[in-house]
Design a protein around this ligand. Structure first.
Ligand code: AMP
Ligand code: ZN
Ligand code: FE
Ligand code: FE
Length: 273
């Protein structure tokens, strides 16, 4: 029965700040009985071919996607673009965001040096793709500068913290346009932890097609509220685990997402809805 199939529409690989390479990621999805997985790395599609191949080899249906960093009202606002076309002419615009992340990381490494924590780009557990604060946090742990990733964020890397540098971020409108230009369906990611629940009407009116209602950081009440919102406004519903690394974040497939959200997303991406 399809109704029982496990889907996960928000997963990170090591082409951004996830820890698992495509083969390990797809094998873990298979092990967890996940039938359909969208890999949505931050600000890059560099991993799309490798992730597609690994999913194929493991019998997991693959949905190409990306999580685009934007800014709204000085809040980091993530937009998932699901069912993107890897051959899209808009890809160079996306990769500008990835390239800007490398420049930003160089500046954060400099700032860290002011605290006598000396790290270079080569010290980062970075395998290509989009580099981010989690890479830096893991390198700080590795060097013994902090006990764990939480301490790295809690003392140095938090938003506007002493080592933090802002990323190049699009406006929400630009992010939605890019998500669509890539051929994907723009979905507002995890509005709860982004602090965006009070701004839903305004953000959705900018042209978003759906909301990630199911997310580990959304309690039951938030999920119910978001589902009601989507029903009233005729918006698409999505959901996923936001898996980054075993033991660090909820596992692939661990977020309950009803299988029947998938077909409307798929049809919408195909232009049939
Ligand atoms: P960046 O995209 O480089 O700004 O890094 C943001 C990422 O860091 C988020 O997507 C989370 O995965 C991770 N992150 C943010 N805050 C924390 C935290 N307090 N502890 C661990 N990871 C965090
Ligand atoms: Zn991430
Ligand atoms: Fe996110
Ligand atoms: Fe994410």
């Amino acid at each position: 029965m399809v109704a029982g199939k496990i889907i996960d529409l928000h997963v990170h690989s090591n082409f951004s700040d996830g820890k698992l390479a495509p083969d390990a990621l797809a094998a873990r999805a298979k092990f967890n009985n996940v039938s359909v997985m969208a890999v949505t790395d931050h600000d890059t599609l560099e991993g799309v071919d490798a992730n597609a191949a690994a999913c194929r080899d493991n019998g997991v249906e693959f949905i190409p996607g990306v999580e685009i960093s934007t800014r709204f009202d000085n809040k980091e606002t993530h937009i998932l673009s699901l069912f993107v076309d890897p051959a899209s002419a808009a890809r160079p615009r996306l990769e500008e965001l990835r390239n800007a992340r490398a420049v930003r990381m160089t500046k954060m490494l400099e700032r860290l040096g002011k605290f006598n924590m000396i790290l270079t780009f080569d010290d980062l557990p970075y395998d290509g793709g989009a580099v981010g604060r989690p890479h830096l946090a893991r390198a700080m742990v590795e060097k013994g500068y902090v006990k764990n990733v939480s301490e790295a964020f809690g003392r140095y890397l938090y938003d506007d913290g002493p080592v933090y540098m802002p990323k190049l971020q699009l406006s929400v409108k630009e992010g939605i346009d890019l998500a669509r230009s890539l051929g994907g369906v723009p979905i507002l990611a995890h509005p709860g932890p982004s602090g965006l629940l009070p701004h839903l009407d305004e953000i959705m009116a900018m042209g978003m097609d759906g909301v990630e209602c199911y997310h580990p950081k959304h309690g039951g009440e938030t999920i119910a509220k978001l589902l009601r919102f989507c029903r009233e406004k005729n918006l698409l519903v999505s959901g996923g685990s936001d898996f980054h690394a075993p033991g660090e974040t909820p596992d692939i497939g661990s977020q309950k997402v009803p299988y029947d959200v998938l077909e409307p997303l798929r049809l919408h991406a195909a232009g049939a809805l």
